[in-house]
Design a protein around this ligand. Sequence first.
Ligand code: LIP
Length: 286
Amino acid sequence: MSSAGVDPAGLRELAEQVARAGGDLIRAGLAEDPDAREVSGTKSSSTDIVTAMDQAVERLLRERLAEARPADGLLGEEAGYSPGESGLTWVLDPIDGTVNYRYGIDAYAVSVAVVEGDPTVDGAWQPVAACVHNPATGETWTAGRGLGAQLQPGDGSAPRELKLGPPPELGQALVATGFGYAATRRAGQARVLTGVLPQVRDIRRIGSASLDLCGVATGTVDAYYERGVNVWDIAAAVLVLTEAGGALAGLRGAPAGGAMVVGAASPLLEGLCDVLGQLDADSDPT
Ligand code: LIP
């Protein structure tokens, strides 16, 4: 499908409906049993957990999208990739920030994006519409290609358009980051952190890439970087940030992706990329 046949407004509405339905399921589960955060398994390491709720939410997202858009592809953190015929693929993280959900920390999100291109290849996909919904706070970010980015606060107050102003210089920047689940990678990320920390205002480790990037779009942090995130962690929030006037990059001219994601407004983006490049932040310890 060409961009000409795509309806960002209608797709944005569907993304929000589906993400909110996932949030409703999470809230209903916690209302029945506030301790309903049981871990159902682990993935890449003993700390990379998946909960029964992750799996239940992704099933719901897939059911709703298959019913509404049967020709589209689906790519989710828990159930993998099912290519479609339409040229569009829905990229799903049922709970981004699973560890926060498990521990009752209100920083996790249902992330729903629809993209053109191949979401399995860094730099080969472009988001068309997106929703990032925090079920704990009610905060809901939406974006559509060319339609801007919006934040609906969780307290019912009026939604607002997100527009980034000029960013601070690097030394005044509040920078969010995250860490992987493998000990070797975490050791490398700790080394990079000791190089970044003296050069910025401060660091925040929130625990959800989608909320980190939405935080840049909202202005609650000035920049975000992380090595090792997956497309489902960021696909929706990437559109929120770019539609709010921000930008994303990898290092040394590479596209944002698994090696490194950096998100900020220019020229802070370029300055942080330079520091991370000097620290070889897109590689692991040998
Ligand atoms: C999380 C990311 C976060 C990262 C965590 C984890 P998950 O995704 O959103 O940025 O630092 O280690 O990968 O696993 O909760 O979907």
